[in-house]
Design a protein around this ligand. Structure first.
Ligand code: NAP
Length: 556
């Protein structure tokens, strides 16, 4: 397997602490967190595994990678100047543009001088006497800070399929999350791809016309709906810039922070004609409307969901010429929208091409990777290039990959073996001075919107500690219990919680990750904002500080 080449390393800071705060990760979350910490006048240092900023948009350079949030609802909202200076070229921007944007932000706010690149954090240890965290990099270098903030991203721990012979393949092989910076020449080549998630769908629809042949190995089909992307016209650009306040206010009012809001009507209560007309309208519109702006009962009522699934299945049958192939592409084990919905641009039509073949590996399982390609129970497939679009150990995976030790050597990975125990998804039971941006149990949807709110909340807590000379912060066990039970209650009745996916913590390639877990707060962004806001306004009475916190840590 190849990994991205190491290109010119940008100006990079070097560790010489101690710092007030260490942040892990220089993606969308880490960059904004650094900006806010600097505003407080604190000494902050960001450690980043990549050679430059961007996080998910740095690593995921695969062909066709792009947003499915509207670009103009995705960028940072904190700087009016930035909003006016930056222009998104398309309604759903492609990865190179998003990476360019994050570089623009890093340059504009001179963020790189506090970021140390090519610095993967492999361990973090809390020192009980000094009340600080010491992190260790892959290189063995260490750095310390009073507070440690993780901005790891929920989808950064990529996973390869557990298939025998993977190392034997003699052609080129890539995981989509480690696509080479210089690109891969695919023209005329025999290409195989394993996976049919959101990533694979973008790759497949993008490369099908360029490659010699494309073989798609599908284990579970996913529902997908059209993205309807297009360029932003100059007139739209002017309107977007003039209405950013309204756009972000709209995002604040929806439960997922996308611009789309659930329709109050129920699919089961309107006439079949009204239902059909609404679904046709949503199918013809850009973005996630058909997922999070659908009838109120579609994601919670099995009958309503079955109708929505029938509608989506009909669309697949209309778009795919061969009925047998269409049938294979229709999910049977989960309903429409119960996994995160991939948005596509001509994905289904790809299967009408003569050079594309869909292999259902439930019928003919992959037996092994051979030096030449892939062997299924029925056939040998020779390839020049093999693409693993096999996803991520979501949400907790990035934490599991760092040896995080709290007081008494307590290991976070052990604590989180089953269900993570967090307070508001931002603090961890038994791990003082460790704060998370977008950790387990936070509200998630249009991610930068969630990130900004979480970073603002954490910055408020850091400011509170700084102002009052506080050295240590801990959770109260009873508050953690309460939050975890609120998180569990919030998914009750949501159909997605009964389906295996990274969102429910299942990854069949990772040992111990075969059982569903609740990894997000699904009570909606408004409830989450209210809940976290109350704690801040109330002066953080739910948290323990200094001597009280130390006593809490001393207890087993
Ligand atoms: P994913 O949705 O988890 O899909 C992984 C795919 O690989 C699945 O089809 C899975 O099949 C298959 N797979 C894994 N191991 C396999 C094996 N051993 N043999 C055969 N097939 C195997 O991952 P993803 O597509 O990278 O997407 C993850 C998330 O990233 C998305 O849900 C989304 O949140 C985000 N994303 C966003 C965008 C965007 O904004 N536009 C684009 C891409 C990704 P099973 O389902 O059977 O496990």
């Amino acid at each position: 397997m190849q990994t991205p080449s190491t290109e010119t390393i940008p100006q990079t800071a070097t560790a010489s602490g101690p710092f007030d705060v260490i942040v892990i990760g220089a993606g969308v979350a880490g960059l904004y967190q650094l900006y806010r910490l600097r505003e407080l006048g604190l000494r902050a240092r960001v450690f980043e595994a990549g050679s430059d900023v961007g996080g998910t948009w740095y690593w995921n350079r695969y062909p066709g990678a792009r947003f499915d949030s509207e670009s103009w609802s995705y960028g940072y909202s904190f700087s009016k100047e930035l909003l006016q200076e930056w222009e998104w070229p398309e309604h759903f921007a492609a990865q190179p543009d998003t990476l360019r944007y994050l570089n623009f932000v890093a340059d504009k706010f001179d963020l790189r001088r506090d970021i140390q690149f090519l610095s993967r954090v492999v361990a973090a240890q809390f020192d009980e006497d000094a009340d600080h965290w010491t992190i260790t990099l892959e290189s063995g270098e260490q750095a310390s800070a009073r507070l440690l903030i993780t901005a790891l991203g929920p989808l950064s721990a990529y996973t390869l399929p557990v298939i025998p012979g993977r190392e034997e393949f003699k052609g080129q092989a890539f995981h989509t999350a480690r696509w080479p910076r210089e690109g891969v020449s695919l023209a005329g080549k025999r290409v195989g791809i394993i996976g049919t998630g959101a990533t694979a769908i973008q790759v497949i629809q993008t490369i099908a016309s360029e490659v010699g042949s494309l073989t798609v190995f599908q284990r579970t089909p996913n529902w997908a709906a059209p993205l309807h992307n297009r360029r932003i016209t100059p007139e739209e650009q002017r309107r977007i810039k003039a209405t950013y306040a309204e756009i972000f206010e709209r995002c604040r009012q929806t439960s997922t922070c996308f611009i789309h809001q659930t329709d109050p009507r129920k699919a089961l209560e309107v006439s079949p004609e009204e239902r059909e007309a609404f679904w046709e309208k949503l199918y013809a519109e850009p973005g996630f409307g058909i997922w999070v702006g659908n009838f109120a009962d579609v994601l919670v009522d099995k009958k309503a969901n079955a109708l929505a699934s029938e509608f989506a299945a009909r669309k697949i049958r209309q778009r795919v010429t061969d009925p047998a192939v269409a049938d294979k592409l229709i999910p049977k084990d989960h309903g429409f929208g119960t996994r995160r919905l991939p948005l596509e641009s001509g994905y289904y039509e790809v299967y009408n091409r003569a050079n594309v073949r869909l292999v259902d590996i439930n019928e003919t399982p992959i037996e092994r990777i051979t030096p030449e390609g892939v062997r299924t129970s029925a056939e040998d497939f020779p390839f020049d290039v093999l693409i693993y679009a096999t996803g991520f150990d979501g949400v907790t995976g990035p934490y599991d990959r760092i040896d995080i030790r709290g007081p008494g050597g307590r290991r976070l990975k052990d604590d989180w073996e089953g269900m993570p125990r967090t307070y508001l998804g931002m603090l961890i039971d038994g791990f003082p001075n460790l704060l998370m941006v977008l950790g387990p149990h936070t509200a998630r949807g249009n991610i930068p919107r969630n990130i900004e709110e979480i970073v603002d909340w954490l910055t408020g807590l850091v400011a509170h500690m700084h102002k009052n000379g506080l050295r240590r912060v801990e959770t109260r066990r009873e508050e953690v219990d309460r939050w975890v039970s609120e998180v569990e209650q919030a998914v009750e009745g949501l159909l997605f919680s009964e389906v295996n996916s990274w969102q429910t913590g299942v990854n069949r390639n990772v040992e111990g990750r075969q059982v569903r877990r609740v990894l997000g707060y699904y009570g909606g962004a408004l409830a989450y904002r209210q809940r976290t806001g109350d704690v801040a306004v109330g002066g953080y009475r739910e948290l323990l500080f200094d001597a009280e916190a130390a006593r809490r840590s001393a207890r087993p």
